[in-house]
Design a protein around this ligand. Structure first.
Ligand code: SF4
Length: 480
């Protein structure tokens, strides 16, 4: 029988996470191999993974589910009945952390009734020392914690938990190498997320991501293309290329082969629909627009987070972008890509944001008339520079500003949607609408949500005549 190696606990350290190494990244293609004991560990056990936060986390959860499935566990859709529960957490805002803590409380209560329940925490939250302290204080029942850089260790972690009944904490502060060929479990059979890079080196002053996800590591382009071609063969129709800032793709590899080159090569695979996220405006390569205009399988959708309309605030955010440069970028996109949907992210109430700063955000919004925006009240993240600034703006003022901004978001979303009434759009069908089972739902080529009547199946492309619009979606009828 194989010996199970006892794992030492490793705790996170934000100051180590802040320091960036200069070592070249290695690509490890054959790191992951299960022992025969690990392959049997999950037999007759079920698992449930809850994912908080962004698409990078969603993709990590697919890897976690893939590993668990390879170990013999079977997915359960009810966390109360599962033998193993994993919370893959997000640290970007306090409310995401609060939700995970709420769920930990529920699991703690469940464990009082079901002693055999095993549960653990992973993702961005445990990359911060403060979370480990809080979790350690409130939740002694938790069986294991691991970080974003060592998902591949999950089999060994679970072996230690089940065999030695010890609490395992394994959170590396430094990112490791790029690990390829981990198992995965994609639930969606026509839409897929594809990582093109990990980490971020930009250090926006409010953002915890460079600490929780480490320095930039671009994947090898050939591995990415191979993954896309495999997905195409499997019948996938829509892929999203993922990175914290896709425009920085390749910088760590010398910068000769950039995101625009990758995008064009992915377009040439012929997969039906391709989009990307996230694409920050300060290093958005204008050649991307030319490539998007050239290949019809590149979706007419760009998410371009600006965060504030005030240059003074942008400077404080370490996102020193000139508003005029942003506006000319939007102009070029709209000129070259027909009906391109443009969305953005906006933070209100950044420390000491004045009325004048906020008015500039409103002014920018009215000028661009975004299709949509993800708006948030600034949430301090311990360890980031912005969190140590003394903020004189009270919460009530911030809430009022958010309400005002959201009114505009709704207004322009509807205004943009109305333009499509009477038109016929091609829709990739997702399935039945969650709110009305007599209605189907899907997305257009320019990433508009379309609810419609018809008889199509998930993964079909159909033509839909748009008959009306709601605040954030279009309504229609399938046509021949
Ligand atoms: S670009 Fe800025 S906001 Fe985006 S992940 Fe990097 S530091 Fe955070």
């Amino acid at each position: 029988m194989e010996k199970i190696i006892k794992l030492e606990n490793i705790y996170p350290d934000l100051s180590k996470a802040r320091s960036r190494g200069s070592k070249a990244i290695k690509y490890l293609n054959n790191l992951f191999e299960l022992t025969s004991a690990q392959k049997k560990l999950g037999l007759k056990k079920t698992f449930f993974v809850r994912t908080y936060g962004c698409q990078a986390n969603e993709r990590d959860s697919e890897t976690i589910k893939g590993i668990l499935t390879a170990m013999g566990f079977v997915q359960s859709n009810d966390w109360k009945k599962a033998n193993l529960v994993i919370l893959n957490t997000c640290a970007i805002r306090q409310n995401a952390e609060d939700k995970a803590f709420g769920m930990l409380g529920a699991l703690k209560a469940l464990k009082r009734k079901n002693k055999d329940l095993v549960f653990g925490l992973c993702g961005c939250m445990p990359q911060q020392e403060k979370t480990i302290k809080e979790v350690g204080h409130f939740f002694k029942e938790i069986n294991f914690i691991f970080g974003t850089h060592n998902i591949y260790e999950l089999p060994a972690i679970l072996e230690n938990v089940y065999k030695y009944k010890k609490q395992v904490i394994r959170v590396y502060s430094h990112e490791g190498d790029v690990i390829e060929n981990l198992p995965d479990y994609r639930e969606n059979k026509h839409k897929a997320l594809v990582n093109i890079m990990y980490g971020c080196d930009h250090f926006c002053s409010y953002c915890i991501v460079p600490y929780t996800r480490g320095t930039i590591r671009s994947r090898d382009s050939l591995a990415i293309i191979k993954e896309v071609l495999t997905l195409k063969k499997l019948g996938y129709k829509d892929i999203t290329l993922l990175g914290q800032n896709v425009n920085s793709y390749g910088i760590d590899l010398g910068g000769k082969y950039r995101f625009v080159n990758l995008l064009e090569d992915v377009a040439k695979t012929g997969i039906k629909r391709i989009r990307f996220a996230t694409s920050n405006p300060w290093n958005f390569d204008e050649e991307i627009i030319d490539v998007m205009a050239k290949y019809p399988n590149l979706m007419a959708y760009i998410h371009l987070p600006i965060q504030s309309g005030s240059e003074a605030i942008l400077k404080k955010m370490n996102r020193g972008m000139k508003i005029n440069t942003y506006l000319s970028l939007i102009k070029k996109i709209r000129k070259q890509i027909k009906n391109c949907t443009i969305s953005t992210d906006l933070i209100v109430g950044f420390p000491n944001e004045s009325d004048k700063d906020f008015k500039q955000t409103i002014k920018l919004y009215k000028k661009v008339k975004f299709d949509n925006a993800y708006t948030f009240i600034y949430s301090p993240r311990i360890g980031t520079p912005a969190a140590s600034v003394v903020d004189k703006i009270d919460l009530k003022t911030k809430q009022k500003r958010l309400t005002k901004l959201n009114e505009l978001v709704r207004k322009y979303s509807k205004w943009n949607n109305n333009k499509y009434i009477g038109k016929t759009l091609e829709v990739l069908v997702d399935g039945k609408s969650k709110t009305d089972t007599n209605t189907l739902t899907g997305y257009s080529h320019n990433w508009k949500v379309i609810n419609f009547t018809g008889n199509a199946k998930p993964g079909d492309f159909v033509k839909v005549k748009i008959t009306g619009s709601s605040l954030f979606s279009l309504n229609g009828k399938q046509v021949k």
